[in-house]
Design a protein around this ligand. Structure first.
Ligand SMILES: Cc1cc2nc3c(=O)[nH]c(=O)nc-3n(C[C@H](O)[C@H](O)[C@H](O)COP(=O)(O)O)c2cc1C
Length: 215
């Protein structure tokens, strides 16, 4: 099977009832982004177009696709542009329901911490609350927003980048100086309505290049 992506419904002609793109790029980590608006009102929403993108300094990005259901940029983008700060909370198996609840397209100014029955805990370096129930938080300073290509100017694709300036890790999830995935049970996004948890872990040592004796 092959189809070109410049025809938005080409996958339908191939018998694929749903666009398979986000079932192909899997699993995607979930950046559960907290922010505040100019008046200090908290906001929380999950983004699976999310990743770490650099070590030194540590940097992350997430991408908001399309506009808010009530118009304009999604609240996370709007808030971060206004305040320059955000927190990435790690979404876990135990928090899957409140994570999902916080994705509702609530009007601007609605506090999804309250909506999802979560506890807002102050951050150390920025004025954005973090999800107390989550075992790991990345405090971030906004560095840039890149407007990606879009087929419809009313539906922007905004990639938001930030530098991680502080990291909280709950002591209970650290074993022998390492994060124990089994204690965190991070969840990731697959396609359709599907998710994954990290339960099946394997390790590999990277090869090193050995120049031959003749070199
Ligand atoms: C697991 C999950 C992942 C999501 N990933 C994204 C994403 O990567 N980009 C996006 O624009 N919306 C994504 N959404 C939808 C947003 O969470 C939703 O539009 C939300 O209302 C945005 O909130 P905000 O306006 O407060 O930022 C995702 C939803 C869920 C449940």
């Amino acid at each position: 099977m092959f189809y070109r992506t410049d025809q938005p419904s080409a996958h339908l002609e191939q018998g694929l009832a749903h666009n398979p793109f986000n079932a192909i790029v899997v699993p995607r980590p979930i950046g559960w982004i907290s922010s505040v608006d100019q008046d200090g009102r908290p906001n929380l929403a999950p983004y699976s177009f999310f990743n770490g993108v650099a070590y030194s300094p540590p940097q992350v990005m997430f991408a908001a696709t399309g506009q808010h259901e009530f118009g304009g940029y999604k609240d996370s983008v709007r808030n971060i542009e206004a305040t320059g700060e955000f927190v990435v909370n790690i979404a876990t198996w135990d928090l899957r329901e409140p994570m999902n609840a916080s994705s509702v397209a609530a009007p601007h100014g609605v506090d999804e911490f309250a909506l999802a029955d979560l506890t807002a805990e102050p951050a150390a370096l920025i004025a954005v609350p973090r999800v107390k129930e989550s075992p790991i938080h990345l405090e971030c300073r906004h560095t840039q927003t890149v407007q990606l290509p879009t087929r419809n100017p009313d539906q922007p694709n905004s990639a938001v980048f930030g530098e991680v300036i502080g990291i909280h890790i709950a002591d209970e999830v650290i074993v022998d100086g390492k994060i124990d995935y089994a204690r965190v049970l991070p969840i990731g996004r697959l396609g359709y309505m599907d998710y994954v948890t990290v339960r099946d872990v394997f390790s590999m040592v990277r090869p090193t290049w050995k120049a031959s004796e003749d070199d």
